[in-house]
Write a protein of this length. Structure first.
Length: 117
């Protein structure tokens, strides 16, 4: 492994190439997830690293699921099943761990104050 690999990845792939004006970040995410899932060469860990950013860039779990369904027929069932499993796990984890409620402290304080009276 060359010492510049991380620098090249960060500066060129995630810098220059990702920021080109030809595609939206949403579409880049769809292409990236599709290619990584179809090729399966980089291994499932690479796909997992790109699913969350694809969701963050505006793709819905349903859209990614549709892409994976299409992938099953174009790239093979095993690749699609691996991608579907990772997507399902990511969405399940997100559903199980909702963002903390910003008003939780306020609501708790109000409830405590009510109990004291």
């Amino acid at each position: 492994m060359g010492p510049n690999r991380v620098e090249l990845t960060d500066d060129v792939l995630f810098g220059d190439v990702r920021e080109r004006p030809g595609l939206s970040q949403r579409h880049r995410g769809l292409v990236t997830v599709g290619v990584l899932a179809a090729l399966y060469r980089p291994g499932p860990e690479q796909l997992g690293l790109h699913l969350r950013p694809a969701l963050d860039d505006g793709l819905s779990p349903a859209e990614l699921g549709e892409a994976v369904t299409r992938l099953a027929f174009q790239a093979g069932w095993p690749s699609a099943m691996t991608a579907a499993g990772q997507l399902h796990a990511l969405v399940a984890d997100a559903d199980a761990d909702p963002a903390p409620d910003a008003d939780a402290d306020t609501a708790g304080g109000a409830a405590d104050a009510t109990q004291d009276t």
